[in-house]
Design a protein around this ligand. Structure first.
Ligand code: TYM
Length: 331
């Protein structure tokens, strides 16, 4: 039995990218593994965020987790900030990584480019260490994430290796990334050279499908997706990034291979294909959103799930932290 762990930052409205790249797949792990899924709320503070907005996003995420089929009886569902152990482990492990290594993280480099250097908080720089601590605290083996988080999991792997080599033992478990087959990197529908992101600015936000969008909006966004001047539904991410992105979305929802999609839509025009993509997305999202709304209204239930999850998670976190504190000489 493996330990599986993943989380999402409550920094904005979740997108179709978050859905396909991560939590849609989480419930598949819970039957045969020990699964830990959390809301990465401490990570949400790495950029300025309104307190009420953050708080509301935290509840959205847990309600989305439940709507996607995660069962609190089978999966430990919790909030990162409830686990005080993670902050202690972070304070320890931050000393086992070098400035140069963190400077090479793609997401950090992107933020530096995007923001004025004076606005870069230290938390954005050290963010991957806290993420590694999330992973280590539960002796996680498998970390299901989208492609953009792969580098962070690899870094966690490197920290674990370094720590174990220094203290000559298997004190930290080496984690491995699990990427979904289709949907590991969903692109913006208006600018398919960019990843679809919660924080995309208004100029390209028409290319972002938010899970809270209604049916009409979702359909409209897909029908207006940027394509190319060719007419063939063929997978070619370099020359046909828009169509290839839509093919990925279709494959993920219909659970089919790319070759099957090309065969199904041979001779069809882009309009017909886009309509089929919209139908596939909505067929799954409409009932999913109904479930979400029911859970989201039941705040008492969500609070109870957080409370129970924290107590289960802390039992394990406490043991792992104790082990590491002893190894380094703190206990
Ligand atoms: P976050 O909140 O940015 O994203 C949550 C998950 O969604 C995936 N994702 C995508 N997948 C496909 N296409 C896209 N366009 C797309 N956009 C986002 C991400 O890869 C991610 O899996 N650092 C993490 C949260 C975190 C975490 C952890 C994850 C904190 N600690 C420990 C795993 C393990 C983050 O900011 O994800």
């Amino acid at each position: 039995m493996s330990r599986v762990l993943s989380g999402i930052k409550p920094t904005g409205k979740l997108t179709l990218g978050n859905y396909l790249g991560s939590f849609r797949n989480f419930h598949n792990y819970q039957a045969e593994n020990e699964t830990f899924i959390f809301v990465a709320d401490l990570h949400a503070l790495t950029l300025p965020i309104e307190p009420d907005y953050l708080n509301s996003n935290i509840y959205d995420i847990i309600a989305y987790y439940l709507a996607s089929g995660l069962d609190p009886e089978k999966t430990v569902l919790f909030k990162q900030s409830d686990i005080y152990e993670v902050s202690v482990l972070d304070t320890i492990l931050i000393n086992y990584i070098y400035m140069g290594e963190l400077s090479r993280m793609i997401q950090y480099k992107e933020k530096v480019k995007e923001l004025n250097n004076a606005k870069i908080g230290v938390g954005i720089f050290t963010y991957p260490v806290l993420m590694a601590c999330d992973i280590f605290l539960y002796d996680s083996d498998i970390v299901p994430v989208g492609e953009d988080q792969r580098q962070h999991v690899e870094l966690a792997h490197d920290i674990a290796r370094r720590f174990n080599a220094r203290y000559k033992g298997e004190y930290i478990k080496l984690p491995h990334t699990a990427l979904p087959k289709a949907g590991k990197r969903i692109m913006n529908l208006v600018d398919p050279s960019r990843k679809m992101s919660k924080s995309d600015d208004s100029a390209i936000s028409k290319g972002v499908i938010y899970l809270e969008d209604n049916e009409k909006t979702i359909r409209k966004k897909i029908m207006s997706a940027v394509t190319d001047s060719d007419t063939k539904v063929i997978y070619d991410p370099t020359n046909k990034p828009g169509i290839s992105n839509l093919i990925n979305i279709y494959c993920a929802f219909k659970n089919v291979e790319v070759s099957e999609v090309e065969k199904r839509f041979e001779g069809a025009n882009y309009g017909t294909f886009k309509k089929a993509v919209a139908d596939a997305v909505l067929e799954e999202l409409i009932p999913f959103k109904e479930k979400f709304n029911t859970y989201r209204q039941n705040k008492a239930l969500l609070d109870q799930i957080f409370k129970d999850g924290a107590s289960k998670a802390r039992k394990i976190a406490d043991k792992v932290l104790d082990r590491i504190m002893k190894v380094v000489g703190l206990r």
